[in-house]
Design a protein around this ligand. Structure first.
Ligand code: HEM
Length: 410
């Protein structure tokens, strides 16, 4: 019997892949080139997989842990990550404690609970469009995408609508974690985190006394086999929902509309056939996803495909690469919202950290896109789209100037 001796990953001859600083189409090209040469590529910080099969396998392999814990564990963040009353984030938890939390919160994140918020979604996006539609042009990021998700998250949590500006400013400050300027930003980040935790803890106390039809009341009521969430865990979840559920959705909406602005026939088709909305969402998330990758590190020595990844090795998974993998999708570079969905797109990730808010995000996009297509016909770019720097984890247009045919004056 022959046994294969695993090869050490650092000794393999691999293509080098670096998409930082690359323009959007050049990044797709660089990934395609690396993917065609090998299933694995080298990066400045470690390694990256770009084929759907490997991206899925690494994300499902629980020996690989979330690399976000590396950011959260940074000495510069001391005082924020371990501030009083804060439980570890669901995004960085692993193993049994993570599984327990997901099991407990799953009933609150079903498509049915997302559907309850659809009337609010329609109202919020409708009002944002009302404000700009008569002009026949707008800057879609500031006018529609940025303000859209926060009132929905407020409604989900049960916070009064007048407080959405508070949530918005906490989210902006906490997102500074990713701006590479921790020395200056840390006081702001910590203050925002503390205020949010205090606000949510007060809300939880109110809901305990007076339950309502909202997420916090649902989380309080959940009990499985005598197990229930603590107040700190609920506060952490509220923070995770605010952090993971706002910038992602607004960037994805902007990515999707930017993409449609390059494909006017598909925009017209969506306006004509709003029932295509679910497919339009999946296809635009596949073609141009706002989360293009996520990273893991080997929590122990791991052998995968006969390659040894020593403990601590960083392995990025290219969700954008997987989404254009010709082994997984026919004509992967064609954007077609009538595509039969044989393979699921990967922009929500995979494995135990698969996006908990996927049903909510899908509903938000499924409500917004056909409404925009109907009310902003003949959409085209009114100037150059400015894209966020390519090293941003959550990425999309910074500026999306558009014009469209305004409604006839009444
Ligand atoms: C289009 C919008 C969205 C995209 C593209 C997206 C993408 C993702 C991805 C890729 C992950 C996995 C990260 C990893 O494996 O490292 C994730 C996790 C997560 N998402 Fe989303 N997300 C979106 C919207 C939302 C919304 C609306 C919510 C809130 C309700 C949300 C809550 C979460 C949470 C809590 C996690 C962590 C789950 C865990 O670690 O178990 N996301 N998301």
């Amino acid at each position: 019997m022959t046994t294969t001796v695993p090869k050490l990953v650092t000794e393999l001859e691999l293509p080098y892949l670096d998409t930082i600083g690359l323009e959007r189409h050049d990044a797709v090209e660089a990934i395609r080139e690396a993917r065609s040469r090998h299933w694995l590529a080298r990066t400045d910080l470690g390694f990256i997989v770009t084929r759907l099969q490997d991206v899925t396998a690494i994300l499902r392999d629980q020996r690989f842990h979330s690399a976000l814990s590396v950011i959260e564990g940074a000495p510069e963040l001391e005082g924020f990550a371990d501030r009083e009353g804060r439980s570890e984030s669901i995004l960085t938890m692993e193993g049994a404690p993570h599984a327990r939390l997901r099991r407990l919160v799953a009933p609150a994140f079903t498509p049915a609970s997302a559907n309850r918020l659809r009337p609010t979604m329609r109202r919020v996006v409708g009002e944002l469009v009302d404000d700009v539609v008569s002009a026949g042009e707008c800057e879609l990021v500031a006018d529609v995408c940025e303000p859209y998700p926060i009132p929905i998250i407020c409604e989900l949590l049960g916070a009064p609508p007048e407080d959405w500006k508070l949530f918005s400013s906490w989210a902006t400050d906490i997102f500074r974690i990713f701006n590479n300027n921790l020395a200056e930003d840390l006081p702001l980040i910590t203050r925002a985190g503390e205020e949010l935790t205090r606000y949510v803890s007060d809300m939880i106390a109110e809901r305990r006394a007076d339950p309502r039809d909202d997420l916090l009341s649902d989380l309080i009521a959940i009990e499985q086999e005598g197990d229930r969430l603590s107040t700190d865990e609920m506060a952490m979840l509220a923070e995770a929902v605010l952090m993971a559920g706002t910038d992602t959705t607004r960037n994805q909406l902007a990515c999707s509309v930017a993409l449609f602005s390059e494909h006017p026939d598909q925009w017209a088709l969506l306006a004509e056939q709003p029932e295509l909305a679910p497919r339009a969402v999946e296809e635009s998330m596949r073609y141009l996803g706002a989360v293009r990758g996520t990273a893991r590190f080997a929590s122990e020595d791991i052998v995968y495909r006969d390659v040894l990844f020593p403990q601590g090795t960083l392995v990025a998974t290219s969700l954008a690469g997987a989404n254009r993998d010709p082994e997984a999708f026919d004509d992967p570079d064609v954007f077609d919202i009538t595509r039969e969905r044989a393979t699921a797109q990967m922009t929500f990730g995979a494995g135990i950290h698969f996006c908990m808010g996927a049903a909510l995000a899908r509903a938000e996009l499924q409500e917004a896109l056909p409404l925009l297509a109907r009310r902003m016909p003949d959409l085209s770019q009114a100037g150059e789209i400015e894209w966020k720097p390519s090293n941003f984890g959550i990425w999309g247009p910074a500026l999306l100037p558009i014009r469209f045919t305004p409604p006839e004056p009444a």
